[in-house]
Ligand binder design. Structure first.
Ligand SMILES: [Zn+2]
Length: 328
């Protein structure tokens, strides 16, 4: 009999919401999933929360999985426990820590390049991207909305459409300067040294903390790309697999941190064949884009600061170290 209950979990339900979220909004719902094998046994699950901050409103079952729908009632911390009463020996009680937080709503101001007079993204593309971003940030009780969309009236000779350097991106970011929310520039290329999907440039270039976010709309999974860059605007770090040998060992309560752990110190409820690198690549803040990297954990996780780094460091990729009010 094996049981999997992962606090760090980027798999989603059919609506795109991430299972086992770090937070649920006040008055809203989060879905938590426990899996087991063989899938035809009754493991006798009952769900409970540690406080009146949140309540289990219902649960349902698929072959091999049981789901608890948890409603956030008041702001605060809670622990969701699955008591498995039909296991051999002492009943096991895997658990997940989470928060109930008031919803934040942040405006996004979009600036869309034109290519020979034609905007390179239409409003539907932008709206779909933001829906996807909101599914990811539901894990932090955050929402974003399209405040406005400007088509940037530049001609094709402008270097705004052919960014070779960070300086050209900074020039594009200087197009405007909003007072609330975030500026998102949709373009078709990024500087040569940026091989990702998006870029956010820090104020070391100019005297501003956050110059804006640029997203290359020729890539796939734009919601994940934009959500990753917004994660930086919330103060989160990149995390990479790097070259440390620790990456190829199983995760431990230390490398995952206790708040991201689902059992006691001697047992975990992770897949039996998982290694720490599998945990890193699930992170929204994974610096090398992998499709499906959508998890915002409760707390930090160990990883490398750079793509080729060999140090194994605790990095700020979780809810406990983010600002939920990103602004330009
Ligand atoms: Zn990044």
């Amino acid at each position: 009999m094996s049981v999997v209950f992962e606090a760090v979990n980027c798999s989603t339900n059919r609506n795109g919401l991430v299972y086992n979220p770090a937070a649920v909004k006040t008055g809203g719902y989060g879905v938590f999933r426990i899996e087991y094998w063989p899938d035809d046994v009754d493991i006798g699950i009952s769900w409970s929360t540690s406080s009146t901050v949140a309540e289990v409103s219902t649960h349902y079952r698929d072959p091999g999985a049981d789901y608890a729908v948890v409603r956030g009632r008041h702001t605060g911390d809670f622990t969701l426990t699955a008591t498995l009463s039909n296991m051999l020996g002492v009943p096991e009680q895997p658990h997940i820590r989470a928060k109930v937080l008031p919803l934040t709503r942040t405006p996004l101001h979009f600036y869309v390049m034109r290519d020979n007079g034609v905007p390179i993204a239409d409003p539907l593309t932008i709206s779909n991207m933001v829906v996807g971003v909101n599914h990811i940030f539901a894990q932090a009780a955050m929402e974003f909305y399209v405040a406005d969309i400007y088509n940037m009236d530049v001609n094709s000779s402008s270097d705004w459409l052919s960014h070779n350097t960070h300086d050209s991106v900074v020039k594009m970011f200087s197009f405007t300067n909003v007072v609330d929310g975030l500026e998102i520039y949709l373009t078709q290329t990024l500087p040569n040294d940026v091989d990702g999907y998006g870029v956010r440039i820090m104020g070391s270039y100019i005297n501003r903390d956050n110059l804006g976010i640029a997203v290359d709309i020729t890539k796939n999974n734009l919601d994940e790309a934009l959500a990753h860059e917004i994660g930086h605007s919330c103060g989160l770090n990149d995390i990479y697999v790097g070259t440390s040998v620790e990456m190829w060992k199983p995760p431990t309560i230390l490398t995952m941190r206790p708040d991201n752990w689902t059992g006691d110190t001697t047992i975990n409820y992770l897949p039996y064949d998982i290694c720490h690198s599998n945990v890193v690549i699930r992170q929204l803040m994974n610096g090398v884009h992998v499709i499906g990297q959508r998890d915002l954990p409760f707390a930090g996780i160990y990883g490398s600061e750079t793509r080729s780094g060999n140090l194994f460091l605790l990095l700020s990729v979780g809810l406990d170290s983010m600002s939920r009010n990103p602004h330009h």
